[in-house]
Design a protein around this ligand. Sequence first.
Ligand SMILES: C[S@@+](CC[C@H](N)C(=O)[O-])C[C@H]1O[C@@H](n2cnc3c(N)ncnc32)[C@H](O)[C@@H]1O
Length: 211
Amino acid sequence: MTKVKFFNCKIDISKKVFEPRVETEFWVRKAIHEIENCKSKIANLKALDIFSGSGCIGISILKNIKGSKVNFADISKDSVDQIKINLRLNRIGKERYKIYQTNLFQRLKNKKYDFIFANPPYVAENRISEVQEEVLKKDPKIALFGGEDGMDYIKKFFGQVKINLNQKGKVFLEFDPLQKEKIKEILEKEKFKFNFKKDQFGKYRWLEAKI
Ligand SMILES: C[S@@+](CC[C@H](N)C(=O)[O-])C[C@H]1O[C@@H](n2cnc3c(N)ncnc32)[C@H](O)[C@@H]1O
């Protein structure tokens, strides 16, 4: 078993899924604290962890927000198997989650969420030469690349996410700092209210958006 720590969870990555990054842990911690401190805290909160990989984001929600329920969505069978292992490893009750093997939101028709967490594949293919060899060997390509400029999944995501978001729901998304302006254009066009946020290294790395 190859295990890493993420927030206060144990995450096994032996199925060769994407290895959780410290930048992701940073914003997930912030987002969860924000939800916990929210005045109108939602009882029985329902969240979606899309592009879930190892399941590190959704499992952090389940472990840290009492009574929360999480759906996991990833296109890869390895990821589905890995999430099951990690849910057991962190002793999460079966009644609190569902796992979907799906291309984006395809198998999530009619499902609504209070919070949608997304860390999509966003590396630009035209920057492949800058990606470390070790990363290319370790992480599956399907988890890394998002087309020529890395924006393919982010565009699709914002084109589809509203249908699955509750009226007062919120989206948290990770991206490459170089994509900020392109994402801003999409969010304005889709009429979202949004906030860009920095990571622990001072780079714009994640955002919050709502309808
Ligand atoms: C960057 S990884 C994120 C993994 C994890 N959420 C994390 O933060 O460590 C992106 C994930 O998106 C999944 N993925 C790629 N294309 C997808 C698609 N069309 N629909 C759903 N998931 C997809 C990959 O299998 C991979 O697990």
